[in-house]
Design a protein around this ligand. Structure first.
Ligand SMILES: Cc1ncc(COP(=O)(O)O)c(C=O)c1O
Length: 373
């Protein structure tokens, strides 16, 4: 066997041995407590109809973009959609990327320079970490949601300073102390970047996100909004100044060196934003409240979260995997989040609540969780 094949085999065996091997599956249990389709947009017949009829009304649209945005892949409709989304979120401008991963990598690898400092929450998403790794800036981490620790890192920072947080954390579901973060950034002249992937659609008027809800639109340097979670489609936008948009078009390599999304993807994004204004925004919160109330009544320990992401700690890969397998055998699509994705000892079931989960399904899931606890 060649050396590299042996290396790959050994690494996979290591994962199998500590029960953290990842694999793809098409065998998905029917009751969805796993996807990020919090508002049911990905499965909405009404939204599908809007998308299909908009596409049908567009003459001669191409099946593929045929090139990057800077070459043949740009359209007026894409630019109008960017302006529409920026306006919705009360931002000066926006630039669409092919995914949230691309948006974070593009933004963080291009704006902070050598001699600058990026300070991230320790639980920040992998796409932000990868963007930081591609940057020549110095990177510090601060303890999760810990303003004092952030301040101690700000005191060490040099050059232009960037503080990067998620408004709702993707694995814990809890919310960043955004007002305090914004005040501190102001005091240290640091630029606040907020990833709103899991807040969009859930918080703020008509799902505008937490930065809008807290009136911080003028305080943040940039926001990342992803379309693949509550919006039910695909892609992402970086919101910020006109200058930032122009800069990213010139320097963000994950924007420049990739084929633009096909127009049907942009139509889906545009329609999904229109659809946000048509739905009942209380429903998701009623479902979250019902779930949390049932957990509390049954004395099931959870991570503290007001969002659609709810974590139930099992504290080892083995116990978490067993709990997930048990619930899956009952028809619930619930996934184990294992180390190294989360810290050792913080392994958990990551349960996502959706508008389409019936009250009976929610109560039934809690009853099974009680048996496992
Ligand atoms: C906080 C956060 N940011 C960015 C991303 C990446 O977004 P996308 O799935 O569109 O690449 C995710 C998705 O996993 C996320 O949870």
């Amino acid at each position: 066997m060649r050396n590299v094949e042996r290396f790959i085999g050994d690494k996979l065996q290591e994962r199998k041995d500590n029960l953290s091997i990842r694999s793809l599956s098409t065998n998905i249990p029917p009751v969805d407590f796993c996807s990020n389709d919090y508002l049911g947009f990905a499965r909405s017949g009404e939204l599908k109809h809007m998308i299909n009829s908009t596409l049908a009304s567009m003459q001669n649209h191409l099946n593929g973009a045929g090139g990057s945005r800077l070459l043949s892949g740009n359209t007026r409709f894409t630019e109008e959609t960017e302006a529409f989304i920026a306006d919705f979120h009360q931002a000066e401008s926006g630039l669409i990327f092919n995914s949230g991963y691309d948006a974070n990598v593009g933004l963080l690898s291009s704006v902070p320079q050598r001699g600058d400092t990026i300070i991230t929450d320790e639980l920040i998403h992998a796409s932000i970490i990868d963007g930081c790794r591609l940057s020549h800036a110095t990177r510090f981490k601060f303890y999760h949601n810990n303003i004092n620790d952030l301040e101690s890192k700000l005191k060490l920072a040099k050059g232009n300073i960037f503080v990067v947080v998620e408004s709702v954390y993707s694995m814990d579901g809890n919310i960043a102390p955004l007002l305090a973060l914004s005040d501190l950034c102001e005091r240290y002249k640091a630029n606040l970047i907020v990833d709103e992937a899991h807040a969009t659609g859930i918080f703020g008027a008509n799902g505008r996100g937490l930065i809008n809800q807290l009136n911080l639109t003028k305080q943040v340097f940039a926001r990342i909004v992803t379309f693949g979670k509550a919006l039910g489609v695909h892609g992402a936008i970086v919101l910020g100044s006109q200058n930032l948009r122009q800069y990213l078009i010139n320097f963000a390599r994950s924007f420049i060196y990739t084929t633009a999304a096909p127009i049907h993807n942009i139509v889906a994004v545009n329609c999904s934003y229109q659809y946000l204004s048509k739905i009942d925004h209380q429903l998701i919160h009623q479902k979250i409240t019902l779930f949390r109330k049932a957990l509390k009544e049954n004395h099931i320990k959870t991570l503290s979260s007001e969002s659609a992401i709810q974590g139930i700690l099992f504290s080892s890969n083995e116990a978490t995997k067993q709990a997930a397998a048990n619930l899956q055998s009952k028809g619930f699509d619930v996934r184990a989040i294992l180390s190294p994705t989360v810290a050792l000892g913080k392994e958990r079931l990551r349960i996502c609540v959706h508008t389409y989960n019936t009250d009976e399904e929610i109560i039934s899931l809690v009853n099974y969780l009680k048996e496992l606890n």
